[in-house]
Design a protein around this ligand. Sequence first.
Ligand SMILES: Nc1nc2c(ncn2[C@@H]2O[C@H](COP(=O)(O)OP(=O)(O)OP(=O)(O)O)[C@@H](O)[C@H]2O)c(=O)[nH]1
Ligand SMILES: [Ca+2]
Length: 500
Amino acid sequence: MDEQQEMKVKNPWHRPHIFLVAFGISVGIIIMVAIAVVQNKPLHQKYKYGIVLDAGSSHTSVYIYEWPAEKENNTGMVRQKHACSVKGKGISSYSGTPEKAGESLKECMDEAKKTIPKQRHQETPVYLGATAGMRLLKMDNDIASEKVLASVETSLQTYPFSYQGARIITGQEEGAFGWITVNYLSENFITASGTVGALDLGGASTQITFVSGQEVESLDNSIDFRLYGNDYRLYTHSFLCYGKDQVLKLSLEQQIKPKLDVTDNIILEDPCFHPGYEMNKSFQSVFDSPCVKMVTHSKTGQTFKHKGIGDWKKCQEAITKVFNTSYCRYSRCSFNDVFQPPVKGRFGAFSAYYFVMNFLNVTTDNSLDDAKKKLGSYCTTHWNTLKQKHPGVKEKYLSEYCFSGTYIITLLEDGYKFTPEDWKNTNFIRTIKDSEAGWTLGYMLNLTNMIPAEAPDTPLLPFGGYVSLMLVLSLLIFVCLILGYIFFRRPSGPAHKEII
Ligand SMILES: Nc1nc2c(ncn2[C@@H]2O[C@H](COP(=O)(O)OP(=O)(O)OP(=O)(O)O)[C@@H](O)[C@H]2O)c(=O)[nH]1
Ligand SMILES: [Ca+2]
């Protein structure tokens, strides 16, 4: 036997079947490692972006959302990346100079251009939704509202993003998308924890939305959703004119009305404002809204003295009068002949609910009675004392917290019929996981089809499990290889002899 033949016999790797097994195993390992590397994407995540402008009655906010591109349909993936508050008032205040409405957005939209990576600009959708301020302007002056919308549209189209429209959203949309936002961020759609109701208090309207489980007697108040494989029947209502700025006008109007024919120099002693507070206000500032039906042209240009007397009980009595509970054509109503089933479950209360209650340091850790006591003592505080205590707070906001706090408690208790138990189940929130609670996120999720009706297919194994399995398999193969080598390897001496 020549030397070459002897080598072949000595070395088990020269047997073809062993070589094939080893080759197959090695290729297997390489493929698995390659898959593991490809799977390990989080390091090179591609993000997508979306922009929503919340054109509210009191101001406009621009929200930028961000989410990992390949996880579009997973719940809880979209997060607020950035928010910008547009300087000045809401777009409806530009009814006389519509071109300025578009201009007002410039600063925040320029900021959006800087915040979103340039290569993503073109694919980033931009939506503008206008709420109660524009609903009121449309009622008052349809042409002016169209001009304002055209102005913001022209402005948004000058940006490199994918413009998707500017429109006045309905009160039902505002309520329902607020509910979707809160439950999406809390990941309630995929856990068995049930949903939370949503309470939104704006400047010109307020929304209540929850799953009641009872028949919704009026079609206008019912919305059905199928999300992640579950059906939800929502009760929702938006009360136009019951945002805190419009209710203040309603309340002032009701207090002024009886005095109008009695005297020319009207002094309004208001229990919802602090003792020591005194301000000359124009009648126009109260009567210039379609929410306040009274026409008092005779008083145009004139002023009245608005004087605080700080009396919480009387304030609540005055506010109760803005709710009409004298008539209900359904089995039960909240107020103004609006159907409402009994409130149920937990609630998240945001926007002005949060601004006001957070300032007043009233949380639902306090019982409803304690909250009222706290508010009562706050309302009686002298205006000068308050100003000294909160030098950094805008005087307009500071002067209105007593009124707003009283309105919130009255709206919940007398309007929506919250019991002390329901109060305990309510949280005043601004953000959930760093994203602001409000209708904008839900609106974008809906328009970009990011909430599927059915639960998306989940991988059999989470990423961590997959990697662990790969490791164990690789290790097993490695051990097999070693064992195989030992098993098939013939000792060199006897093998040589056998063949001879
Ligand atoms: N105290 C306080 N009030 C605020 C703040 N921001 C807004 N507000 C007031 O809270 C009320 C509600 O504000 P938003 O939720 O922004 O209302 P909006 O979206 O403009 O109004 P709608 O179109 O009715 O939803 C308005 O009266 C605002 O003037 C804040 O930071 N602090
Ligand atoms: Ca709002």
